[in-house]
Design a protein around this ligand. Structure first.
Ligand SMILES: CC1=C(CCC(=O)O)c2cc3nc(cc4[nH]c(cc5[nH]c(cc1n2)c(C)c5CCC(=O)O)c(CCC(=O)O)c4C)C(CCC(=O)O)=C3C
Ligand SMILES: [Fe+2]
Length: 342
């Protein structure tokens, strides 16, 4: 099938102190996040002058992508829209319509299923198309890429580099991903089984550890939000480092497999909080890089595109079914990425 453009769809982030609050209001509208948590997260952003690294990282990925597309002779223009901050997806889709785009592929900057990683991006697509009306282009979202060989290799090499930097082959490998409420993780995948998100994280971790040649590893969580009485995926990475220390582990390599690039959560919760905890305990600590700035990441996006344009067979390392692809916001299968009780 032919497409006129690619929409690069991301989370968005503030680019100055005055943008932090309105950005956070957009992220948490109707999500039941307590104001104390918002104050705390606002502080994290202000620590970096109110500028999230996410937009710069996304611009870099898009530049690399545009270059790779050109090198392969595909003149697909790349548009950029976000869920929570400018450029907002509604404005971008309006511009695409004005430019005459009739049908576009959408690359979301999340490897995962579940509400935050997949369903909410479908909702963004629906909202933007409704805002634009009849002229809105058809938007086909690309699939979840948690087990794509290029994503796995980029992460595995980052883990290898972290081990080399630390100079301790005995360090414990700890993968982290964004925690979500247990109820959200009850969401099923296209295989009809629950915990699609945490099962994908476990599978990516297994594949990356295997390719990096590391036998023993843990999967833990970070960046918990929400009110304290609501159960989220545990343990938290900082608590886990304490526990490893109590068990006599001397050093850790932390791989933020759950993030495609060095977002604020990565630089704050890992490079600050987790690193500080390790230092306090006298443990060795190295944080592995993320896949986004590896040229293989842009190459992977090109491959995901060609699955649709050239009907190339999806490259996947796991036996878990391909998921997350849908047209104009429809889910890939009934009930996929929707949690039990909504
Ligand atoms: C699974 C997942 C991903 C990975 C998939 C994907 O990438 O999409 C992700 C990514 C991101 N999350 C981000 C930022 C935030 N997430 C928040 C809140 C929340 N995230 C959640 C989950 C996820 N989040 C959840 C369940 C909440 C609770 C509120 C709700 O149910 O929606 C809040 C509110 C404050 C707080 O409570 O932390 C902020 C500011 C940024 C940008 C960072 C930057 O600026 O560099 C990125 C890439
Ligand atoms: Fe988040």
């Amino acid at each position: 099938m032919s497409f006129d453009a690619l929409l690069f769809l991301s989370f968005g982030g503030p680019e100055g102190p005055e943008e932090v609050r309105p950005f956070l209001e957009n992220v948490t509208r109707g999500r039941g996040v307590p104001p104390e948590r918002l104050d705390e997260v606002a502080e994290h952003y202000h620590h970096f002058g109110g500028v999230s690294p996410i937009n710069r990282l996304n611009r870099e990925i898009m530049a690399g992508l545009q270059e790779q597309l050109r090198a392969e002779g595909r003149d697909l223009p790349v548009y950029w829209g976000n869920r929570n901050w400018h450029p907002m997806i509604e404005d971008t889709v309006a511009r695409m319509a004005e430019d005459g785009v009739r049908r576009a592929l959408v690359f979301p900057t999340s490897a995962w299923g579940g509400y935050s990683g997949c369903k909410q991006y479908h909702e963004d697509i629906v909202r933007a198309r409704e805002a634009v009306g009849e002229q809105a282009p058809d938007l086909v979202k690309l699939r979840q890429f948690f087990d794509h060989p290029l994503f796995v290799s980029a992460n595995a090499d980052a883990v290898r580099r972290a081990y080399a930097d630390l100079g301790d082959t005995e360090a414990r490998l700890v993968f982290t991903a964004h925690s979500i409420p247990l109820r959200a993780d009850s969401a099923q995948g296209p295989d009809g089984r629950p915990e699609w998100y945490s099962r994908q994280i476990a599978e990516s971790a297994r594949l990356v550890a295997e390719e990096a040649g590391v036998e023993t590893y843990d999967v833990v969580w970070q960046s918990r939000s929400g009110p304290p009485h609501v159960p989220w995926l545990e343990p938290d990475v900082v608590d886990h480092i304490e526990e490893l220390h109590a068990k006599g582990v001397a050093s850790v390599v932390v791989s933020p497999i759950g993030f495609v690039s060095d977002h604020l959560e990565v630089v704050w919760d890992l490079d600050n909080e987790a690193a500080e905890k390790a230092a306090e305990l006298g443990m060795g600590f190295a944080r592995a890089g993320t896949a986004g700035d590896d040229p293989r990441f842009a190459k992977m996006i090109v491959e995901l595109i060609s699955e649709h344009v050239d009907e190339v067979r999806p490259r996947k390392l796991s036996l878990m079914p391909a998921a997350g692809c849908g047209r104009n916001g429809e889910a890939c299968s009934p009930g996929c990425c929707t949690s039990v009780n909504g």
